[in-house]
Design a protein around this ligand. Sequence first.
Ligand SMILES: [Co+2]
Length: 448
Amino acid sequence: METEELKSEPLVEKPIAEETKDTSQAKKKKKKRNKKKKPAEPSIAQPTNSIPNPPVKSSQMSPSFFNKFQDNSHLRRVKNWNEDPTYKQTNPPSVPLSQQFAQGNFPHGEEVNYTSRITSQEHRERERISNYDYDAMRKAAECHRQIRRWAQGVLKPGVELHDFVEELENYSRTLLEADGIEGGVGFPTGVSLNFCAAHYTPNPGDKVYLTEDDLCKLDFGTHIGGRIIDCAFTVAFNPKFDNLIQASQEATNTGLREAGIDARFSEIGAAIQEAMESFEVELDGKVYKVKSIRNLNGHLIGPYHIHAGKSVPITKNNDPGRMEEGEVYAIETFGSTGKGVVHDDMECSHHMIDFDMFQKPVPIRDPKARALLKHIEKKYGTLPWSRRQLTRDGEIKHLMPLKSLINSGIVVPYPPLCDVRGSFVSQMEHTVLLRPTCKEIISRGDDF
Ligand SMILES: [Co+2]
């Protein structure tokens, strides 16, 4: 089709510009001649701006794409990516999702039938009405998968975390072709280390290097029009952490299994805790029973609202609530060798405008604080953001005005959440959609 041809053009512009100058026959010959010189896999797109690019047929595309089997065995308990001939992303990521899926047919997540519901015509009808939102989430989820696939390839001991998260967030903006409230980064990229469970991202000027014996939770978000994908996994190189990582993986998968329309939070929490605490881990000669952190939980996600009220507990509880049709949940669990309780610790990076105060008239006297608030409202709305993102926006001297916005109550700080020092915390998280006809674990990938 005409539109398809047009749209797929920029997609391949850079990767194979050189080859497309030849006719297909000449190309074959040239390929043979140059076989020895050429690298086996031109996986990285080289900028070749000066060369004009004639239209390219889709059959010629594949060599540049990062579609081969990806071995993740340098990471503990992260599975490999299978070979996928239809995959149209480069390494590092550079192709916007809209060019990979010109028809808007983004891949679905893992679809699981409900055990206690027979799907009716009425359910299918209701589903069609919501398809617009589902597709936005599927696009953000595919973006998440492609970016974490890249991340898994580059994460090794010695990686500097500030630059790593900056690069990662840039890929969200590139792949979703937006930066701010329309789409892109859903929330600051968490790289919480060891005893820190969540909400750590480097502040401007921080220089932190990943080491061989770190346990890092890579928790990052993507969004389209406020439809947020919240998905995380644990990065480790030392096999001593295997059981601790497996504990939160099985606990989260238990939570995903228990989730459903009318599922009770009390039952989900109890099942998660049981799965988590069936594990123990031996670290440097000492055996720890893995604890499910009792004051952390999964959460309902609403439009531009990462924690939209309802919580999904990860320990035994008396919550009388239930999940409902159409809701979107982040199911996340945290396993710890510490006390199994987190508290605020270390310098704060994550912030968010109080959802109920957004665009309400709040008297702010300091003109610098007023200007900063205006910027935050426009760029992030009620999405979370970090001090690093403000610096990137050119708001270099934001510290004092930010303090006054916090004091006025309109901006809420979310400091890192940590268990006791010396302990280790693992995490896994997926976003699940309770569609009328089935539940869709929308962020599921080959990796976890
Ligand atoms: Co979350």
